[in-house]
Design a protein around this ligand. Structure first.
Ligand code: HEC
Ligand code: HEC
Length: 356
């Protein structure tokens, strides 16, 4: 009897420590980021449930794809090997999987900003025919209800609410809200007052980022925190820069299984003007043609390839792209102009980006 009580007590003590730790993790946000909205962050139980869902292939129609297979944790929550994402039955999507670092702060989700609610966003890939391929919401929820482990995890995370479209979305969003990336050497220098955190070259890169390069006019740096986005969208001409796109791309179908796909065979060998006009598809406003949301850049050294179509592989290529004045396009954003950077300035800018 006494042993049982002691065991129960130590169990509760351990539970309390876990809860306290989680609370501590909630309270302190990494240097350089604002606080995560509590409404999205949820409880530790929600985050753990969300994590399980994120990695669970049985959420896809045929049990092959999880969120984590396109947003790969060890690759900055994107897929380094695929410029364009590979979905259900190997179908090539028309866009690059964005990194999920700091995504809880992104006001307009997807490259065209069509979604504004992280918990609702989850249902986009779950239901897209080319992504996780579920034909409807009900049968997927029913499958999860059959699973006793999910039953008790949902009960713990959402007492009395059960497994619903809303609770599933909130759990995954709560997990995504933990994917914070900051407290970089840039943050320590800029927000932590550590003047030695950046090298002289990186510091020079910061000066170019915020002045000659004009980068910080879209990739904003605040006085208390930095998200490196203006929460808006711009036409940088990337959609037009695909003329040099390769005829063949390598796609990773499963870890270690790489296959070459001929773009012409799947109708993607043209420039993207026909297939992808960005924000315009959502608003029908001609001013939004080929405009894409401004990405947040933290951890950018790990999240290649870059841009909505993954057309630029390295940060050097990105800096060259901006230095040329973006892609040739009559509707280009006013802020995109040839920069006339020297080789030394370009190298400094790249070094700065790597310090984020
Ligand atoms: C087949 C690959 C694939 C799978 C599986 C996938 N995603 Fe994505 N994800 C993408 C692509 C590609 C985009 C960009 C689509 C667009 O902009 O139109 C994206 C966009 C997102 C965004 C928006 C990020 C931003 O910066 O705007 C979030 C959040 C997200 N996915 C989360 C998830 C979650 C959660 C799951 C699982 C339920 C999931 N994804 C499954 C490929 C995938
Ligand atoms: C007019 C606003 C604007 C300016 C100025 C700007 N950017 Fe961007 N940046 C964007 C947008 C929008 C995208 C996404 C384009 C796309 O997806 O096709 C982007 C994408 C990027 C990316 C790729 C990130 C990723 O995850 O794919 C990097 C790196 C980047 N910019 C760095 C810079 C640097 C360095 C400068 C200055 C030389 C700069 N940007 C200037 C708006 C801007």
């Amino acid at each position: 009897m006494r042993a049982k009580t002691t065991r129960a007590l130590s169990f509760f003590a351990a539970l309390l420590t876990a809860v306290n730790l989680a609370a501590a993790r909630h309270a302190q946000h990494p240097l350089g980021l604002p606080a995560v909205p509590a409404s999205v962050a949820g409880s530790l139980a929600m985050q753990q449930l969300g994590e399980r869902l994120f990695f669970d292939r049985s959420l896809s129609a045929n049990g092959t794809l999880s969120c984590a297979m396109c947003h790969i944790p060890s690759q900055g929550f994107t897929s380094n090997q695929s410029a364009l994402s590979i979905g259900m039955e190997g179908r090539l999507l028309r866009r690059n999987a964005p990194s999920l670092y700091n995504v809880v702060f992104k006001r307009f989700l997807f490259h065209d900003g069509r979604e504004t609610d992280l918990a609702a966003q989850v249902w986009g890939p779950l239901l897209a025919r080319d992504e996780m391929g579920n034909a409807a919401i009900g049968p997927l929820l029913e499958r999860l209800r059959q699973d006793p482990v999910y039953g008790s995890s949902f009960d713990a995370a959402f007492p009395g609410e059960g497994i619903t479209m809303t609770t599933l979305g909130r759990a995954v969003a709560a997990y995504e809200a933990t994917l914070l990336r900051a407290d970089s050497r840039f943050d320590r220098a800029f927000f932590g007052g550590d003047k030695t955190a950046l090298t002289a070259q990186e510091q020079r890169g910061y000066d170019i980022f915020s002045s000659k390069g004009g980068c910080a006019s879209c990739h904003l740096i605040g006085s208390e925190s930095a998200l490196f986005t203006d929460q808006s969208w711009h036409n940088t001409g990337v959609a037009f820069a695909r003329k040099n796109a390769p005829a063949v791309v390598k796609v990773e179908l499963a870890p270690g299984v790489v296959q070459e796909v001929r773009l012409s065979a799947i109708g993607l060998d043209q420039t993207e003007t026909r297939n992808d006009v960005g924000r315009f598809e959502i608003t029908n406003d001609p001013a939004d043609r080929w405009a894409y949301t401004t990405p947040m850049l933290r951890g950018v050294k790990d999240t290649w390839p870059y841009m909505h179509n993954g057309s630029l592989k390295t940060l050097e290529e990105v800096v060259d792209f901006y230095d040329r004045g973006g892609g040739p396009n009559a509707a280009l954003d006013d802020k995109i102009k040839p920069l006339g950077l020297t080789a030394e300035e370009k190298a400094a800018l790249v070094a700065f980006l790597k310090a984020l």
